[in-house]
Design a protein around this ligand. Structure first.
Ligand code: GRF
Length: 196
């Protein structure tokens, strides 16, 4: 199953790969914390179940994550895949899905954790502080942001002719491919049934 908060281009890459037999999995459902997330529409368009778990006023993270965990557990997923899910998951949630939670981040390991990583990499390039950035897929095992055990990583060069938009496009292309490859490797290595 997939958790997504936004546009869901990475979710779309997973859906397409499943439909074309490039990813040996089925997406059991998609959950969002954001009613406006286009990711939900993408899922519906492909007949995938969706659920909205919206944070309530004054609800603490633990209470929210308990509700989220119930929804996720209702699908009994082998993998909990974060595709642009813009919340930090609590230890309680992660313990319940131990070893199953995978995240995608548009930066190299140990670099640029948190939001707007592409924008920050681009700014650093323009300040002469870096010549490349990258993408990583990693396990999420604690509340640290974008820093779990790395599953796969790929460098993405930044060119002098790049705009923020062209760099974003290059990074997203790498994300879409690396995400599918990484999940395939995991699924094959663990020999689980083809259910995400
Ligand atoms: C991606 O860049 C991903 O690495 C990050 O959030 C973004 C989600 O993009 N965690 P999309 O919603 O999949 O298009």
């Amino acid at each position: 199953m997939v958790l997504a908060s936004g546009g869901g281009s990475n979710l779309q890459a997973l859906i397409d790969a499943c439909e074309h037999g490039q990813l040996r999995a089925q997406i059991a459902g998609v959950v969002s914390n954001n009613a406006e997330a286009f990711a939900l529409q993408r899922a519906r368009d492909h007949g995938i179940q969706t659920a909205l778990v919206i944070p309530q006023h004054n609800e603490d993270r633990r209470a929210y994550d308990a509700r989220l965990a119930e929804q996720v557990w209702s699908w009994r997923p082998d993998w909990v895949v974060l595709a642009g899910f813009m919340r930090i998951l609590s230890t309680m949630f992660l313990a319940r899905f131990s070893g199953q939670v995978i995240n995608l981040h548009p930066a190299l390991p140990g670099e640029l954790p948190g939001t707007q990583a592409i924008q920050r990499a681009f700014n650093e390039f323009r300040q002469g502080k870096r010549s490349k950035t990258g993408v990583m897929v990693h396990f999420v095992s604690d509340e640290g942001v974008d820093n779990g055990r790395v599953i796969a990583t790929e460098d993405v060069p930044i060119h002098i002719t790049d705009t923020l938009e062209s760099l974003e496009a290059r990074i997203h292309d790498v994300e879409h491919r690396l995400f599918v490859e990484s999940l395939n490797t995991l699924i094959t290595a663990t020999q689980k049934e083809p259910v995400t």
